[in-house]
Design a protein around this ligand. Sequence first.
Ligand SMILES: [Zn+2]
Length: 297
Amino acid sequence: MIRTQPLIVRWILPAVMLLAAVAGCSTNPATGEKQLNWVSADREKSIGAEAAPQFVKQYGGDIPSASIQKYVSDLGHRLAEISERPDLDWEFHAVDSAVINAFALPGGKVFITRGLMEELRSEAQLAGVLGHEVGHVTAQHIGQQMTRAMIITGAGVAIGVAGQQSDEDWMTVLGVGTSVGGGLYLLSYGRNQETQSDELGVRYMTRLGYNPIGQVQVMKVLKRASGGGGAGMEFLATHPYPDTRIKHLNEVIKEQYPDYKDPQKYRVYRDRYQSTVLDELKRLPKATHDPQAQADG
Ligand SMILES: [Zn+2]
């Protein structure tokens, strides 16, 4: 009898944990890497569907312009369509916030703020931002983060109830619904995940014929915005290391898209972005969500 207890601890528990890990180990559809992910596609979709309205509301609602929403949504869906996971419940929102940011929820809900759209100068740059966020979704970064969080908060609990955990439990793990500094706080990504999403963003935008240099230009916009403090800080928190990323992106583009300067092959669409987005934004009232203005007032 005395030996039974250590036997369980030494062999059976590790065996159960190993089985659970093996069961949750899969090949990532976008990167081809082996990953530990206990979050099913159905669970991703239901979490995203539940959290998306909160995000939209928190960031000032959708920008009140049917043409801008259609433009962002059409481009986003084209990127999702040529990604490795076209069958998710993709949605693309342009939200009426002065904060400079973009983010994605599991299951394919993607958001870009008015503040960031105002900093961009071409459709290729917009494709870079949306492609990067699509990359976080296709590479299942949040599912992997959530799995890690579950292991840290208690592997026993995770294994025991992984099948039954409610969406609310998952959202608590994610930090969704927690208001920090006027914006919702999402699990931040690791450095490798950002690099992966940068590469996936370039993969998707070039498949649609957009010039990958647009992605580098986005990084420079973010670098400038974060250097200025204020509105850029939130993006800096979730998207650090701009210099490293600019350097890496330039290397990837040189190596994989040596003909990136060919204007027949890769398009930028500066005028279309100007007329559809920038001119239209100027006609609208100021952003509904603006933590800076509230703080100053
Ligand atoms: Zn990112």
